[in-house]
Ligand binder design. Structure first.
Ligand code: AZC
Length: 832
């Protein structure tokens, strides 16, 4: 270690080394101290928010000591590290998670209670850190938890958005977006005013010949913006390893103002320049699974990637190793194609700045990167217009052209007679304007490419990336099925269930080794255990019922079957099919006699999720759900037999109380469209069953828990193409039950039918691209099976217990170990 403190004086530092609380009294002291000093409040001027803040600051102090220890241990160990580059980290709240991961929630809760507050209320004060859209961002957050819990030397790199994903309000049944300004108080980050990087955009490339005859390219003359680091400690569970998530914030590089302009009286324009710089990290793009191709987004990507690589390279250079050692010290994982520019930027650093020859640089690069693909949806695959790129990143475009040239030359040597192949695999698509296919660049520049569930990884190999499997061979392509962290998604979200499992298994070891859940299976028929199990489910449903009552005014019966679909609203995820199914159920209930109705299983259909602000069809789906709920919930014939609820502003902290409260959750994407899904795992882990299609991780969940415990329905991925074809040629009559539903909508039962015309059109003239009609009959009949199954409480309890006992595979710890062994080649580092 380099230290500015001379040896003899270090003892004083050691004597006064920061310590932190390790029991209730010390914790209370820290809380009071922070409330009175950091927050300048007092006993007489104190509320939940102030005490939350005091507790959070106390916890932060504790984490930062471990964070320091961890960074020192990692530096000393001098082992290979992994850097996880993700534009999204959907972290949710931190206090509860940190207390649980450090196993001090017990005394902390007692401590605040003695101070006159309730830990549950304090936790509720925290703003979600919502720097992500959906699955991709939440996966990154689960991975950080696992990396730390498994003691891997790892860093996350992302952007510190001033505005996270918008908050959703429902006004008159429609989604309204409200900005999410979350930084007024964020105790979990540390600004690193000493860690800044200048990042350039625009400019031009100057080429000159050195004395030795070599050509050098210099990118210069552009606009410079500064990246400032903010560090967020990530505590592992059952270890003191506390990793770092580094988020970059953008600032003008010349300080606050351009003083020249300021002094000459051009005040407004100097402020404008400042705002222009700050705009880069201002807002998260609110699109899930769709690429919009805006210049500012490309700026965000380069800004973040360039700052992160500068940081990674700086750290590597401290070790004074040869450049060829780089891949032995550094693995970089690209979370989707958003950080693909890192491949190009590392080439630029190695060739233009470090003067390595192209081939040596390229070998280093292609040994360093891994690329994870999260979707096969064509509209989500990133493509950047060449003219836009040329203007913003002229040198990078040249490098991409060279990468492409050498790649195509090698392809031509191996497949000499296949001109079409060259066009198909070129990084540049010959459209007008030309575009850069980022996924192809990511594949060519990476050592390994992985999908996120078995079916998805097979699909990318046989469809969108087929040619690349031919070129590189199958070993470059692999699968790592997603997982979720059991710390947040079982222990934190469902403390009662976690405690019951602990009682049966003897310890909380299952939170570190989820396969230990298998020990539950032998209790699946134990009546007392079943009762305790179902009682917990009921309490979780009661809590949700209370929340629904408080927030929407709708009364739901906690003993009804709770049927939940929460995720981003997207046509491929088919919330429209769910609400059509609800309408169909409503119509059949209406047609029944009183006696028949009395035999039905009461249902609560719960929806939640955000629509991208520009996604009109998704917004129409929300409107249909709210319109149906207005009608059904107020129909006296129906009463408790059917209630429809839309939960406003679905986010991580809401997912935490929704997952434990489901009997049934819906994962009903058109087969072959949902790469994995991860909420399916969370719901089953919390003792719910699934209705789903043969898609994504549903298939592996079925393999693990047994097909008698999952309600699968619908067409298979392999049939989708033919079915779509049949629709295009008008050969598929609409399913009669669906026709009935459409007629009812068009009759105006749910309000002005014109509002929903787009939804109906998509099913008819639109060609039913998502095959709602094809799957509808099987969807409805499978829901009937669910109703039947739910009547047999003992069998239901048995099945949910067995299912939970077989969910060990779906921990993100397993996923991270697979990445570590098969892609990154990294080992854990013990932190004392
Ligand atoms: C999502 C997939 O849609 C989802 O199926 C998967 O579980 C999740 O990633 C994590 O792998 N994809 C995205 O959120 N976004 C993109 C661009 O794929």
């Amino acid at each position: 270690f380099e230290s500015s403190v001379p040896e003899p004086l270090r003892n004083l530092w050691k004597k006064f080394a920061a310590t932190n609380f390790s029991n209730k009294e010390q914790f209370q002291k820290e809380v009071v101290h922070h409330v009175e000093t950091t927050l300048a409040r007092s006993l007489y001027n104190c509320d939940d928010l102030a005490v939350y803040s005091g507790a959070a600051l106390a916890m932060r102090d504790k984490l930062i000591i471990d964070w320091n220890k961890t960074q020192q241990a990692h530096t000393l160990a001098d082992q290979k590290r992994v850097y996880y580059l993700s534009l999204e980290f959907l972290m949710g709240r931190t206090l509860d998670n940190a207390l649980l991961n450090r196993d001090i929630k017990g005394y902390a809760a007692e401590g605040v209670s003695e101070l006159g507050f309730r830990m549950e209320d304090l936790i509720e004060q925290e703003h979600d850190a919502a720097l992500g859209n959906g699955g991709l961002g939440r996966l990154a957050a689960c991975f950080l938890d696992s990396l730390a819990s498994l003691s891997y030397p790892a860093w996350g790199y992302g952007l510190r958005y001033r505005y996270g994903i918008f908050k959703q309000e429902i006004i008159d049944g429609y989604q309204v977006e409200v900005p999410d300004y979350w930084l007024d108080f964020n105790p979990w980050e540390f600004p690193r005013h000493d860690i800044t990087v200048d990042i350039m955009f625009y400019g031009y490339v100057r080429r000159y010949t050195e004395e030795d005859g070599s050509t050098v390219n210099i990118w210069e003359g552009g606009e410079v913006v500064q990246a400032l680091a903010y560090d967020v400690p990530i505590p592992g569970y059952g270890t003191s390893t506390t990793n770092n998530l580094r988020l970059w914030s953008s600032k003008p590089s010349t300080g606050e103002f351009d003083f020249q302009k300021f002094n000459s009286g051009d005040y407004e324009s100097s402020v404008r320049d400042q705002q222009r710089a700050e705009t880069i990290s201002a807002v998260l793009y609110p699109n899930d699974n769709i690429d919009v191709g805006k210049e500012l987004r490309l700026k965000q990507q380069y800004f973040w990637v360039a700052a992160s690589l500068y940081d990674i390279v700086r750290r590597f250079k401290k070790s004074h190793r040869a450049w060829t050692e780089f891949p032995h010290q550094v693995a970089i994982q690209l979370n989707d194609t958003h950080p693909t520019l890192a491949i190009v930027e590392l080439m630029r650093i190695l060739v233009d700045k470090e003067h390595l020859d192209w081939d040596t640089a390229w070998n280093i690069v292609t040994e360093t990167f891994g690329y994870t693909n999260h979707t096969v949806l064509p509209e989500a695959l990133e493509k950047w217009s060449v003219p836009l790129f040329q203007n913003l990143l002229p040198r990078h475009l040249q490098i991409i052209y060279d990468i492409n040239l050498f790649f195509l030359q090698s392809v031509e040597r191996r497949f000499p007679k296949d001109r079409e192949l060259l066009g198909r695999v070129s990084i540049i698509e010959e459209s007008n304007p030309q575009v850069i296919r980022m996924a192809y660049l990511a594949i060519i520049g990476s050592k390994k490419v992985n999908g996120v569930a078995e079916l998805h990884s097979d699909l990318i190999k046989t469809t969108i990336f087929k040619d690349f499997v031919n070129i590189f061979g199958p070993d470059k392509f692999t699968n790592v099925t997603n997982g979720v962290t059991p710390r947040r998604w079982l222990h934190q979200a469902n403390p009662q269930l976690s405690a019951l499992i602990k009682e049966k298994l003897g310890s909380y070891d299952f939170l570190k080794d989820l396969s230990l859940l298998s020990g539950l299976e032998k209790f699946a028929d134990d009546k007392t255990f079943q009762k305790e199990w179902m009682d917990i489910k009921l309490r979780n449903k009661q809590r949700l019922a209370k929340y629904i009552k408080d927030t929407t005014g709708i009364s739901v019966n906690p003993s009804a079957l709770f049927d939940i679909q929460v995720k981003r609203i997207h046509e491929y995820k088919r919330q429209q099919m769910n609400i059509f199914g609800v309408i169909s159920r409503y119509l059949s209930l209406k047609a029944m006699t009183k006696e028949e109705r009395a035999k039905q299983v009461p249902r609560v259909s719960i929806f939640g999720g955000k629509a991208a602000p520009g996604y009109w069809m998704a917004k129409t789906i929300i409107r249909l759900i709210t319109a149906v709920s207005e009608v059904v919930n107020n129909d006296a014939d129906i009463g408790d037999l059917l209630k429809v609820v839309f939960i406003e502003d679905y986010n991580v902290s809401k997912a935490e109380f929704l997952c434990p409260a489901s009997d049934l959750s819906e994962h009903i994407s058109t087969a072959g469209t949902e790469a994995s899904g991860t909420s399916n795992m969370k719901f089953v882990l919390n003792g719910g069953l699934i209705i789903g299609t043969c898609d994504g991780a549903n298939i592996e969940i079925t393999r693990e828990i047994g097909e008698e415990r999952i309600f699968l329905f619908g067409n298979l991925a392999e049939d989708v193409e033919d079915l779509r074809h049949a629709h295009r040629y008008g050969k598929t009559p609409m399913d009669p039950s669906l026709k009935e539903v459409c007629d009812e909508i068009q009759k105006g039962t749910f309000g002005e039918p014109g509002v929903f015309a787009g939804l109906i059109h998509a099913l008819t003239e639109g060609g039913d691209y998502y095959l709602v009609s094809d799957d509808f009959a099987s969807y409805l009949s499978t829901h009937k099976l669910v109703d039947e199954a739910f009547k047999d409480t003992a069998a239901w309890a048995h099945n949910t217990i067995v299912a939970v006992s077989r969910m060990g595979f779906f921990t993100s710890d397993r996923a991270i170990n697979e990445y570590a062994d098969e892609i990154w080649n990294i080992d854990p580092v013990k932190v004392d």
